[in-house]
Design a protein around this ligand. Structure first.
Ligand SMILES: [Zn+2]
Length: 293
């Protein structure tokens, strides 16, 4: 009697996995682009990102993330005074240590170059430079990109695809004005994976309420993407996060059951090759909705 029950249980156990695979196998024409076992997007999924190679990301953020069991992406640039000011910017050895800890190293261009019509011709070189520096320090070729200064341009999408990026984070503009630090959740069904919006852009005036306002949007298939700079950040005071405030944020996320991942970890939930035909459509739709409010 036990064997049929066990068999039935095994069938039930594997049913949700085997059904989509069988469906794919019977349609070999679509295999390759969609034949993946993606996990459904859970509620309370947060992507943590840290920009600009700031020294405090190694001294303060690294041990805190490890203590809380959170992953994150560090977007690396050699812009600003990175080359000479090792008080305020990480060394490449420290960046490599972040990689060895299991954090993701993302590309933020060599010179922190704003992406626009006038700079598109330099994008390949700017990106390849950081990729080469990563290779020299045993860091895998980045698959995640963050637009410096949150400046975006449609012409960047084919270039970033060609350079092998799976995901790219933008700011909350044009839907929200930069000054507010407010943003929109990433909607994998509509947002292009190379135009992932920022849901919350941490500012020195932020309190736990601002963090909560961003994080609680991570539900119903939407993902909250948080953008931080230094903790603290003496070189970029307009995006500074005080250390005690950051501890408060992480404590709240942890005690409220949030899962914090790197941008590249989205590949567990989202197919980066599944591209919307009209990448700007969802942005324009949101803008129209916000205007109507
Ligand atoms: Zn930046």
């Amino acid at each position: 009697m036990k064997i049929p029950i066990l068999t039935a249980l095994l069938i039930l156990l594997f049913l949700p996995v085997s059904v989509p695979c069988t469906a794919q196998e019977s349609h070999p024409a679509v295999e390759g682009s969609t034949h993946r076992s993606l996990q459904p997007v859970p509620d309370k999924l947060v992507v943590l990102t840290f920009d600009d190679s700031v020294a405090s990301l190694h001294t303060n953020v690294r041990p805190l993330l490890k203590r809380f069991g959170f992953s994150a992406t560090f977007f690396i640039t050699e812009g600003f005074s990175f080359a000479t000011n090792k008080t305020d910017y990480m060394t490449w050895d420290q960046i490599a240590e972040l990689h060895r800890d299991g954090f993701e190293i993302g590309n933020h261009t060599q010179s922190h170059m704003g992406v626009g019509a006038d700079t598109l011709g330099r994008l390949r070189n700017e990106v390849t430079y950081i990729n080469q520096r990563c290779a020299e320090h045993g860091i895998p070729k980045p698959v995640s990109f963050a637009y410096p200064g949150n400046s975006i341009h449609p012409g960047a999408l084919p270039i970033l695809r060609e350079l092998g990026f799976k995901f790219a984070r933008r700011g909350a503009q044009p839907e929200f004005a930069y000054e507010t630090g407010r943003g929109i959740p990433y909607e994998p069904r509509g947002d292009h994976p190379l135009l992932i919006p920022t849901t919350g852009d941490a500012r020195p005036t932020w309190t736990l309420e601002n963090l909560k306002q961003a994080a609680v949007q991570a539900r119903d298939g939407r993902i909250a993407v948080l953008q931080f700079h230094g903790v603290p950040d003496h070189e970029h005071p307009w995006v500074n996060t005080p250390l005690e405030r950051f501890v408060e944020y992480l404590t709240w996320l942890k005690s409220n059951g949030y899962q914090c991942i790197a941008l590249g970890d989205l590949a567990r939930f989202v197919d980066p090759d599944d591209l919307p035909a009209e990448p700007w459509r969802i942005i324009e739709h949101r803008q129209a909705e916000l205007r109507a409010k």
